[in-house]
Ligand binder design. Structure first.
Ligand code: NDP
Ligand code: A1CAB
Length: 270
């Protein structure tokens, strides 16, 4: 693709741009960025990655191969009304906006090919876990192109659009849960006399090591857990505390509530 425009250049756009430019999958000269007011952010992205700042949106949007909607859900309605008359007939739309349906995008931007993606900010380091759903207008070639773009910044699963709600709750928001877990590990372990920097390094390596074990081993998570847990030992005591504090119910509530919120955002846009 020669011209890709990010309409909304914040954290998620930055993560995708960084992944694509670092992997050499998209030339920075092909990427254009625009915001509503935050010009400073656009200049930073241009400086850091060599992308182009949109000066004349009419000119760029008319010839864009792909426009990526990457503003907050509260801003998308107004943004789409503004860009609708400027899009070229050939322009494909990719949206990363949580909870906003293909139907509502097409109702404003026309019945053009639309892909909805739920990536996460680990795209920055090529480690996104993304879901993608396509409108009926997408050709197989276009699907392959988009999947290739997403694979350059991590893994991607093609799913039914309805399934993106749960994917948003799990892997879109997921990095935040794990950062929160590290915060909680730190707060708990420093109380036992360890240096915060030591706790941080140990927590990060423990999470990274366990993730890698899950990836590399054929064993189920439950079996890997069993191998750590000696009868009557420390892990059993820790797991027991998690069970007494309703860990599984807490995680279930987290995914339920985030999925529900994604559905609410979708209904707000209707
Ligand atoms: N952050 C994450 O982890 C993830 C985010 N997402 C989705 O990505 C989207 C963006 O999130 P995030 O990057 O965190 O948000 P940010 O607030 O960091 O960035 C959003 C950007 O959109 C710009 N913007 C607002 N209105 C318009 C407009 N009318 N035209 C052009 N640009 C506009 C804002 O610019 P200005 O300041 O000038 O208004 C801002 O730079 C959200 O919809 C979210 O659901 C999806 C997966 C993960
Ligand atoms: O919190 C949000 O709404 C976005 C969607 C997934 C991650 N961040």
């Amino acid at each position: 693709m020669q011209t890709i425009v990010f309409a909304g250049a914040g954290s998620m756009a930055e993560a995708m741009i960084q992944g694509w430019v670092k992997e050499g999958i998209v030339a920075p000269q092909s990427i254009y960025v625009m915001n509503k007011t935050n010009k400073k952010k656009l200049d930073e992205l241009a400086q850091q990655f060599g992308v182009q700042v949109v000066v004349n949106s009419r000119d760029i949007l008319t010839r864009a191969d792909c426009v990526i909607l990457a503003m907050k859900p509260k801003d998308i309605a107004k943004a789409m009304v503004d860009i609708a008359p400027l899009l070229g007939q050939q322009t494909i739309v990719l949206s990363v906006v949580a909870g906003v349906s293909i139907d509502s995008i097409q109702s404003v931007l026309g019945k053009r090919p639309v892909a909805r993606v739920m990536p996460n900010t680990s795209a920055t380091i090529g480690m996104s876990a993304s879901g993608i759903a396509f409108s009926d207008e997408m050709t197989n070639d276009m699907k392959v192109t988009f999947k290739t773009l997403l694979e350059a910044i991590g893994i991607v699963f093609e799913v039914k659009e309805e399934e993106l709600h749960a994917i948003t709750a799990l892997s879109g928001s997921g990095p935040a849960y794990l950062y929160y877990l590290v915060e909680a590990f730190e707060a708990a372990a420093v109380k036992h006399g360890l240096e915060q920097s030591t706790v941080r390094a140990l927590a990060i390596q423990t999470i990274a090591g366990a993730a890698e074990m899950l990836k590399q081993s054929d064993a189920e998570p439950q079996e890997l857990r069993r191998r750590v847990t000696s009868p009557g030992g420390t892990t059993a005591a820790g797991i027991n505390a998690l069970e007494n504090h309703h860990f599984k119910e807490t995680i279930a509530a987290c995914i339920d509530e985030a999925t529900k919120r994604s559905r609410e955002l979708a209904n707000d846009q209707c």
